[in-house]
Structures are given as structure tokens and as C-alpha cells.
Design a binder for this molecule. Structure first.
Ligand code: ATP
Ligand code: MG
Length: 791
């Protein structure tokens, strides 16, 4: 490179720069959290484009979530100052769906195939297990789907499994039968489950070298983020993408007019794409989904000529946070020691907080968020992490009450709501008429007098006559059902057929977009009207959700004027955990530790650092379980830039019980001088507690498991009295209805005592009282639910 250096190298350290500029067939970047792996990957893409070594269409970048993909695309755009249309930056699943829809015919599918989520899989397995009486052998939809998924991640199918199974074991025989029937049912329904998306693409490439050659020719640069969490199927896919195109196939392509000349090498073939992967084995947290860090450790063997680059400087966190992270992960065996360092200074100490209860912990988090916010930190720069979704209940209750704006990332599960699945099933049934699951879902939703016996009769009729369930519905007159039931089935079949006609462009009325189609189906089926007219108050919320879905289809039409029904359904299917269609600005993010991977925040609250939660009790009996949980803790710690809070509760409500919790063993692994411990004022005899109490001095059941290495840690004193605290924490969200408050009013709050209203903002259910409490300071309260009364 001569002359002026590209600005996209600005600020990079020598190793990062090398990683951006290296050109060769395979590059492996291994580095700890926050060392710029994702940044380097992004700049590498920009560098390839800027130097015109690659066209956008020649780049395939794989990220872990759709959100990460969108961010990477934005960043490339920002660096280059222009969009890069034609570039594929997406998750494994999204890339595979795109390929499979295009190549559906070769894969034995129709392009509008359905994508089954885990709930769909379980419903299907439930039917199979029932038909086979397999529950008597201990099979459940849960354990069967877990086993099938695991096998699919290894690229095994029912036949290959059967070849190695002990077929004198009735349980094995039964499992093979379940697996076979499951595969068969999905095929018949023109459906794939999530694991199939990867596996089928691999099979497609292996079975159709000409198809594979087209993609190998197209994608010249493959880049994969978070490589430590790839499983065998994903690894195989990467391999397939990066294989060379044989000379005779290149020849054939050229003969058919595909432009390949400038890509061919001395042999006449097209060399394999260049591959760049970045990863950190210490952040491998998806072993339960088949992720295999051997993909990293054996990378150099798998891709000869690999260049390895290590990054060690961390640009994200303060040294205190990093030292804690290093100390924790240092307790895992079997790892290459790498020490992260930061030039950013020590920063603040980590704050530890011992709460009495989950509510108390939530109150602490909420109060600290307000403290940080008042000190100038934006809500969007703060995040609260937890191990299990159940922990959100207390957090949400308190945050709502304190009027802290927040959103649960990946936890809203909007598309998993029954009424949304119902409405979507109508769309799916139109897109993919073979989808028996969708048809059976809407057969009697809303209620139209078609009972389970009729449903079974239709299914058997379809099977006996080798026709689809949909066709069986059309032919239902010959089933000898009562006239009313037959009429109801035919009406539904006609509605779906009419809707399908609207999609056919040759039909004058056939260019309906997704929202028109959905509206047509909702009107025709009466689904929405029935919910709106229902007396069940829950149905009002359900109707609102469906209206929200209609609004989403309208947005979709606007944003994707050239996309149709199948594109919409694909987008819905692929919304992964860390993805949210909403804009995150201005809110605190709540998410599980798994979802937090790859993200960063100025302040992080890591809650529930207790035995049983972290490590999670389910991990206890699994080999490598506690080590994987430690990596999860490490991932959580290393998300924080400036401020890190570790909190635990001594009692936690779980499954309706109050359990006594013990501090997580991992806390002891953090050097004592890095944490400033505080504890709940509701139970403490010493406020503030900067001087940590010795862990091993405890005799009341909290000290067990802490003897041993390292410095003793701060530890919570015993709860004073359970009842006393329980009384302080209202367990239910109340509804103040239309309590009218105005500036100057005096109020009494259950927790904060008396105070004066300074101002009321917002309207309707979102009215917020800004209150100056006599002793508790200034608070903002959502009037509708705050535990307050006017005095
Ligand atoms: P993780 O392992 O958590 O995925 P990562 O290795 O991918 O982390 P990045 O997210 O790329 O790390 O970078 C962490 C932070 O450091 C980002 O805010 C990024 O902008 C910043 N950063 C990376 N490299 C540099 C640099 N050379 N100078 C300044 N900031 C940098
Ligand atoms: Mg990253």
C-alpha cells in the first residue's frame, strides 16, 4: 500500500490491522471478549469492498443474530459511506432459508415451505407419540424433540441413526420410528424445522454439485462471527461453501453463459472462497445446542494454510471489570490462558448487592438505574441480565412501578401467543396448502362446531386416500359427516382457496399484499370480530394483539414493497432471541445471559448470582455443565463498559415456593478488592457495608461450599424476619383506576412513605406522578399501578 492510508484502518492496533489486511485462504482470529473481533470482521468487509477486491455480492458474512447482522450492515455502510446491496450479512438460518427457497425444487420442497418452530415440532411429535403409544416407553414431545435436534445438529437422520442403534432395544426401535414419522410428516407438510434449515442446505450442496458450484462461484469471501458456537452441521455448511469448483463444472458454467473466466485458476477450476472466522472459546455457551469448540481448536487442521491472529487488548471494559472476568474464567481448566488488558484505567469498583428477596433485588436495580440516569447515563446504555426468564417478573413489576422505561429483549414472545399463531396459521395455510399443522390449528378456531373426532376423521381420510388434509377438507362431503359440520369445513376450505386466488398475479384481483390478505382472512373467518365482541376481558388483549399484527403487516408492505406473503412469514419465523422489531432507543434492556452475547452496555446489572441459578441447577449433573455456566457468567461480566453490578437475593420465590438461596460459587473467584459490597437496608444491621463480612465466618448455611481457595468474600447476614419483609413488598400489581392527582397533592406510598406531587405528565394509563417524598427522595411513579393513595 502506498500513498495515503485508508481511514478504515484508523485507530486499529497492529494485530487488528493485520487481521483486516491479511489476504489468504483461511484466517482464524481468536481473542477474548471486547477485543474487537466483530469490529475487525466488519472492517475487513469494508476493506475488501473499498479496495475493489470483492463486489458486495461476493461476500457472505454470518452473524449470530439478525440484530447483529443489521448492525454489521449499518457499520459497513457507515465506513464506506454507501450501501452495499447484494451483500449477504445474515444468520446461518436466514442464509439457508434464502438458498432453500431458491433451490426448493432440488431440495424436494415447494418454495413456500413452512418453517416449524419448537412449539410446532412438539405438537407434531405429540401426535406421533400418541399414535404410537410411545409414552409408555417414556417418550415425551420434549425429550423426543431434544434428541432429534441433537442428531440433526450432527447431520444424522433416522436411517443413519438406525444403522448404529441397538435395534434389540425396544426403546431404540421406538425412537427410530418416531424420528422416521416425524421426518415423513414434515416432508408431507412441505415443512422444515430449524435444524433442517442448516442440514438440508448441506445435503443440497452435497447432492447437487452444480447447484453448489453456483454458490461457491458467487461467494468468494465467507466471514463467520462467534465461531465458537457453531455446531457440526454449521461447520459442515461452512466447509461446503468454501470448497473449490472443479474444472469440468467451471467449464460447464462458462458454456452456459455464467461469467467465471476471471475466477478460474491454473487448473481451470475456481479455487475455494477465502474464509475468516472469529471466536473465543471462553464464550462458548451453546453446547446444549450442539456447539462444539473443536471447530475452533481443529480449525488449523481443517483448513491448511490458516493464518492465526490473536488480539489481547480490550477496548470495552475498565480494568476492574476485566480483572474480575479474567479471574473467573481462569478457574476453567482445559483452556488456553489469555489475559485481557485495558488501557482505559481501573474505573469504578464492581458493586455487589445482597438483597433479601427477588423484589428487594429488583428495587435495588431500579434505584441504581435512576441514580445512573440522574448522573447523565441514558437508559439505552443500561442492561439487566438474568439466567432464566422467570426472573423478569419481579424486575418488571418494580420497573413499571418506578416508571423506568424498559423492554424485554427476546422475551416478549409476541409470535408465540396463541392468538397470533392462530392468525399466522391462516396465512401459512394459504402460502403452503400442504401444511396440515396450520390447517388443523385453524380448523375450529374460531369455534365453528368442528370437534376433535371430525379432525381425526379428516386426517385418516387424507391418509387413506393419499391426499392432503386440505384436499380432504374440500372432499369432506363424501365423509358422511352431518350437514352442519360439512358446511363449516367447506366454508373454511373455500375461504382459504379464495385467499390463495388473491395471490395469483394472473387473476385480475390477484395481487393482494400481506395486510390485505390477512384482513380478508380475519373478516372471512370472524376471528377478530369474535374476540372483539367477547365478554372475556382477556379477549380484548388478544384482539389488540391481532390488530398489532395487522399493523405489522402494513409496515412490512411499506418497507418491502417487492416482498410477498412468504417473505413476511419467513421474517416472522426467523425473529431470534436477540432480535426485536422495535427500536431500542431510550429504554433499559432486559435479557437473558444467552441473549447478551456480543452486545455491550455502559452499565450492566447481572442479577441472581446464586447457586441454582448461576450455575443453574440443571447444569449440575451435566459433564462440563458448571464450566459452561462459568463461561456464561464471563460473557455477562464482559458486556459492561463502565459499571458492573452483581446482585443476589437470599430468598427467591420459585414455583410458588420461597427458597433460601446461596451466593454463587463464582462470586468467590473474584478478588475481594474488586467488589464493593452493599446489602439490603431492610435486613442489614450495618448499612452500606463497605467492609465485607467474611464468607467463611458464616454458620447459617450460607458459608458452605465457600471454604477453599481465594480470599474470603463479603457475605450477606441472615434475614431478620421473613414476614417483616414480605409485608413490605406488595406481591400484586394494583390498579388505581382513575385516581386523579395534580401538582401539590399529598400522597402516601407503601414503600416510600408520604410525599408531595410536583408534576403529573403523560396521559391515560401512562400518567406519571413526579413525587418528592419526605424521606425517600424524588421518584417517578406510574399512577395506574403505584401502591399509593391520596392523603
Ligand atoms: P465480543 O467477544 O464480546 O463479541 P468483540 O471481540 O467482538 O467482543 P467488539 O464488539 O468488536 O469486540 O469491540 C468491543 C468494543 O471495542 C467496541 O465498542 C468497539 O468499537 C471497540 N474497539 C474495538 N477495537 C478498537 C480500537 N482499535 N480502538 C478503539 N475502540 C475499539
Ligand atoms: Mg463480537
Amino acid at each position: 500500500p502506498q500513498g495515503q492510508e485508508s481511514p478504515l484502518l484508523e485507530g486499529l492496533n497492529p494485530q487488528q490491522r493485520e487481521a483486516v489486511l491479511y489476504r489468504g485462504s483461511a484466517l482464524l482470529i481468536i481473542a477474548g471478549a471486547g477485543s474487537g473481533k466483530t469490529s475487525v470482521l466488519t472492517r475487513r468487509i469494508a476493506s475488501l469492498l473499498e479496495s475493489r477486491e470483492a463486489w458486495p455480492s461476493q461476500i457472505l458474512a454470518i452473524t449470530f443474530t439478525n440484530k447483529a447482522a443489521a448492525e454489521m450492515r449499518e457499520r459497513v455502510k457507515a465506513i464506506l459511506g454507501q450501501g452495499a446491496d447484494g451483500m449477504w450479512i445474515s444468520t446461518f438460518h436466514s442464509s439457508c432459508v434464502r438458498i432453500l427457497r431458491r433451490e426448493a425444487e432440488n431440495a424436494g420442497l415447494s418454495p413456500s415451505f413452512s418453517i416449524y418452530d419448537s412449539a410446532d415440532t412438539k405438537v407434531t411429535l405429540k401426535r406421533i407419540i400418541k399414535a404410537l403409544d410411545a409414552d409408555t416407553l417414556g417418550f415425551t414431545p420434549g425429550n423426543a424433540s431434544a434428541k432429534i435436534s441433537k442428531l440433526k445438529n450432527e447431520l444424522a437422520d433416522a436411517d443413519s441413526y438406525a444403522r448404529n442403534a441397538n435395534m434389540s432395544d425396544p426403546q431404540e426401535v421406538m425412537f427410530v420410528e418416531i424420528f422416521r414419522q416425524y421426518t415423513h410428516r414434515l416432508r408431507a407438510a412441505n415443512a422444515l424445522d430449524f435444524d433442517d434449515l442448516i442440514g438440508e442446505t448441506v445435503y443440497l450442496f452435497r447432492a447437487f454439485p452444480k447447484v453448489a458450484a453456483l454458490y461457491r462461484r458467487r461467494f468468494r469471501h465467507i466471514l463467520v462471527d462467534e465461531y465458537q458456537d457453531t455446531n457440526h452441521a454449521q461447520y459442515s455448511l461452512v466447509r461446503e461453501f468454501t470448497r473449490a469448483v472443479e474444472p469440468h463444472l467451471a467449464e460447464e458454467m462458462e458454456a452456459t453463459g455464467v461469467h467465471v473466466r476471471n475466477l478460474r485458476d491454473g487448473t481451470g477450476g475456481i479455487p475455494g472462497a477465502s474464509l475468516t472466522v472469529v471466536g473465543d472459546s471462553d464464550q462458548s455457551i451453546y453446547a446444549f445446542r450442539g456447539a462444539d469448540t473443536r471447530n475452533i481448536s481443529e480449525f488449523e487442521r481443517d483448513f491448511p494454510g490458516t493464518k492465526v491472529i490473536l488480539l489481547e487488548q480490550n477496548y470495552r471494559s475498565t480494568q476492574n471489570i476485566l480483572s474480575a472476568a479474567n479471574a473467573v474464567i481462569g478457574h476453567n481448566f482445559d483452556r488456553k490462558d489469555k489475559k485481557l488488558w485495558s488501557a482505559g484505567g481501573d474505573g469504578e469498583k464492581i458493586v455487589g448487592y445482597t438483597a433479601y428477596s427477588g423484589h428487594d433485588e429488583a428495587q435495588f436495580v431500579s434505584d441504581e438505574i435512576e441514580v445512573l440516569h440522574r448522573a447523565g447515563m441514558a437508559y439505552r446504555d443500561m442492561a439487566v441480565f438474568y439466567r432464566t426468564n422467570a426472573q423478569t417478573r419481579a424486575l418488571e413489576e418494580i420497573l413499571v412501578r418506578s416508571a423506568v422505561p424498559y423492554r424485554v429483549v427476546g422475551g416478549t414472545k409476541f409470535y408465540e401467543r396463541a392468538e397470533i399463531k392462530d392468525a399466522l396459521a391462516y396465512l401459512i395455510a394459504v402460502a403452503n396448502p400442504n401444511d396440515e399443522l396450520a390447517l388443523r390449528r385453524i380448523l375450529n378456531t374460531p369455534k365453528r362446531g368442528i370437534g376433535p373426532a371430525t379432525e381425526t376423521a379428516l386426517a385418516s381420510f387424507a391418509e387413506a386416500n393419499q391426499i392432503s388434509f386440505r384436499q380432504a377438507m374440500r372432499d369432506s362431503a363424501s365423509l358422511g359427516l352431518g350437514p352442519k359440520v360439512t358446511g363449516a369445513i367447506l366454508t373454511l376450505a373455500t375461504l382459504l382457496d379464495e385467499a390463495a386466488l388473491k395471490l395469483i398475479p394472473e387473476n385480475p384481483a390477484g395481487t393482494a399484499n400481506v395486510s390485505e390478505l390477512l384482513t380478508f382472512l380475519l373478516d372471512g373467518s370472524g376471528l377478530l370480530t369474535l374476540l372483539r365482541n367477547s365478554r372475556d376481558p382477556q379477549d380484548e388483549a388478544r384482539a389488540e394483539n391481532i390488530e398489532e399484527l395487522v399493523a405489522q403487516t402494513k409496515d412490512f408492505n411499506k418497507e418491502n414493497p417487492d416482498s410477498g406473503l412468504v417473505d413476511f412469514l419467513t421474517q416472522v419465523s426467523l425473529v431470534a432471541a436477540a432480535d426485536d422489531l422495535d427500536d431500542a432507543s431510550g429504554t433499559v434492556s432486559l435479557m437473558t445471559l444467552h441473549t447478551a452475547k456480543g452486545l455491550e452496555y455502559e452499565a450492566v446489572f447481572l442479577t441472581g448470582v446464586e447457586e441454582g441459578l448461576l450455575p443453574h441447577q440443571m447444569s449440575a449433573n451435566e459433564p462440563g455443565g458448571p464450566a459452561e455456566e462459568r463461561r456464561l457468567f464471563y460473557v455477562g461480566i464482559t458486556r459492561a463498559r463502565q459499571r458492573l453490578y452483581l446482585s443476589l437475593a437470599m430468598t427467591r420465590a420459585q414455583f410458588g415456593d420461597i427458597n433460601v438461596a446461596m451466593p454463587s460459587r463464582y462470586l468467590q473467584e473474584i478478588p475481594v478488592d474488586l467488589i464493593d459490597w452493599r446489602q439490603s437496608p431492610g435486613m442489614a444491621n450495618s448499612r452500606g457495608g463497605t467492609q465485607p463480612r467474611a464468607l467463611n465466618a458464616r454458620r447459617d448455611g450460607f458459608g458452605g461450599g465457600f471454604a477453599g481457595r481465594g480470599e474470603p468474600q463479603a457475605l450477606p447476614p441472615a434475614p431478620k424476619k421473613k414476614t417483616e419483609w414480605a409485608n413490605r413488598v406488595p406481591s400484586q400489581v394494583r390498579d388505581n383506576g382513575d385516581l386523579t392527582l395534580a401538582a401539590g397533592d399529598r400522597i402516601r406510598h407503601v414503600d416510600f412513605g408520604d410525599g408531595r406531587v410536583n408534576q403529573v405528565t403523560g396521559d391515560g394509563t401512562k400518567r406519571i406522578a413526579h413525587v418528592q417524598f419526605d424521606t425517600a427522595g424524588a421518584k417517578k411513579l406510574l399512577i395506574k399501578i403505584a401502591p399509593i393513595e391520596k392523603i
